[in-house]
Design a binder for this molecule. Sequence first.
Ligand code: WTA
Length: 575
Amino acid sequence: MLKITKKKIAAKSNLDNYEKAYKNYSLEEAKKEISYFPGGKLNIAYNSITRNALNENTKNKTALIWESEAGEIKEFTFSQMENLSNKVANVLKKHKVKKGDRVFIILPRIPETYYSFIGIMKTGAIAGTMFAAFQEDGIFERLKKSEAKFVITNTELAERIKKNRQKLKELKYIFLTDIGISGGEDKLSLPEEMESASASFQTVPMEPDDAATMMFTSSTSYTPISGVVMPHQAVISQHLTAKYVLDFKEDDIYWCTADPGWITGTVYSIIANWSNAVTTVIYEGRFDAGKWMKIMEKYKVSVWYTAPTAIRMLIASGVDGRKYNLDNLRHMCSVGEVLQPDSIRWIKENLKVDVCDTYWQTETGSMIVANFPGEKKKIGSIGRPVPGVIVKIIDDQGKEVPVKTEGNIAIKPDVPSLMKTVWKNKKMYDSYFKHGWYVTGDRGYMDEDGYIWFLGRKDDIIKTSGERVGPAEVESALIEHPAVIDAGVIGKPDKLRGEIIKAFVVLDQKFNPSDKLIEELQQYVKKHLAGHAYPREVEFINKIPKNKSGKIVRRILKAKDLGLPEGDISTLEDD
Ligand code: WTA
C-alpha cells in the first residue's frame, strides 16, 4: 500500500519569486509591515508583542511554549507576554530607568528572559543579553564596558558579579528572578517587584535610529569585545527576512535553538518571530539528540532554525529522525557556520526537509544572504542577497571583483538593521566602513548567477560550536594564570564543532609542562572567562610570534598547527 505523507513544502512561499522580490523591493513597502507611533517613531517591543496583544485575532494566540530541562511546560499568549513585559517595564520605571540606559539579562532560556527583554525595550532602555556560560571576568568586562545600570539574573549567576561588584559604579540594582529571595541592598526580587507593578504600560516611542539592543561580540581589531548597538528600525529588516526566509505562516510552530545570549537567539527567537505573530517553542535544556527530536514531534514544530554544529551533533549521536513523527516540519534554516553537504543530506533523509543556509552577523542585525524556500539552492553556497540588501564582493580598495574571484563580502550600509554604533568605540565602529561599504570581515566569491560562496574569516575570530569567541579574551584569561607568561590562541578546524579553541602557551621557567597543568589552565579559563571559551587543546611553546608592533601573528600559529611552513617571523610587517 502506498504510504501517504503530508506535503511538507508550503504550497507557496511568502517570497513567491526571488528575482521579482529582490528587484521590486522598496523600503517604503517594507515599512508598511511595521507599526508606528505618530511622527514616524516606533519600538521593537510594540511590534513584537503589543500589536499582537491588541489584535483580536492574535491576542489569545500562544506566543511562547516553554519546556524546562526537567520537563515542566508553560504557555503564554501574546496578551500574557504583553502584561508580563509591561510589569517588567513598570518595575524598571519605578527604579528610574531612563531612555538609553543599559539593562542586561544574564539568564538561561527561561520565560523571564523573553518577557524581560521586551519589557526593557518598552521603557526606551537598551536591552542586552549575555550567554549564561560567562564567568566573573567575562561578565565584568561586559558590564563595565556597557556601564550597565540594571542586571536581571538569578541567585546562582549573580554570584559571578560579586567579586567585582564594587568596581561596577554604574550598576544600581540586580534583579533576581528566583522567587522569594531578597538579597543585599542592591538586590531586588523581580517576581516580588512585578507582583505590585501595574500590567499596563505606555511603550516609549523611539526614533528609528535610537538604540534598542546591545549585544557583545568578539573582534580582533582595536578591542577584543565590542558592544554592538542595534537601532529600533532594525525590526523592519528583521521582520521581513523572517517572513521571506523563515517563511512564517499563520499556524506555524517555530523553534529556534539559539541561545538568547547570542544574536540569533534575540533577533529570531524574540523579535522577528513575534513581530510575525508566530508561536515559538523554547526548550531550556542542553543539547540532547533524542530530546530534540521529541520536542519537534511533541509540539509539531513546522519551522526550525538551528546551527551546523547542532546538525553535526545530531548526526554523531546516531539518532534516527525517521523514527519520530515529524510530518509537520516543512521548513528548516541554518546559521552561524559552514553548512556541510553531508549535513544537508542527513537532514533530507532523516527530517525530510531541505535546509536553507542563512548568513549574517551580530553587526548586520538580520540575515543578509540566504537560501529561500522554493528557490533553487546550490549546495555549498550561502545563497543570494536578501531583498533590500546590496551585497558585493570587493577588493581591499573597495572595487568590485569579477565573478568567481575571491574578495571581501561587503554590503551597502543602508540596511535598517545594521548596527548604529559600537558602544563608546567610534574607532572600532568606523573600522567596518570602507569606501562606502560595510565590510563583513568574511571572504567569499559570487558566481555568475549571483550566488555567494563563503570562504572564511579574514581575521582571527573563532567560531566554536557556532559561538563567536575572540582569541584576545582567551589569551588574557590564560596570562592571568601564574604559570603563563605569554599565550596565543587560534581556532583549529574540528569535524564536530567547526573549530575548537587551541592555545599556545609560554610557561614561566618555574613551571614544567604537564597534562595536569593543561587541565589546570583549561579549568582556569572555564572558571574566570566562560565555560564555552576554554582551550580544548593546549600546546607549550617557547615564544609567541609577534609583529614589530607586538601584535600576535596568529596565522603563524595556525600554520604551525597544520604543520605548514611558518615563515620568517623577524621579517613580519605590521598587520
Ligand atoms: C559566520 C551569527 C558560514 C561568519 C548570526 C560571520 C557563517 C560570523 C554563516 C558572524 C554561514 C554566519 N556560513 N559562516 N551561513 N553565518 N557565519 O556575529 O564568519 O555570531 O561573520 O552572528 O559567523 O557571527 P555572529
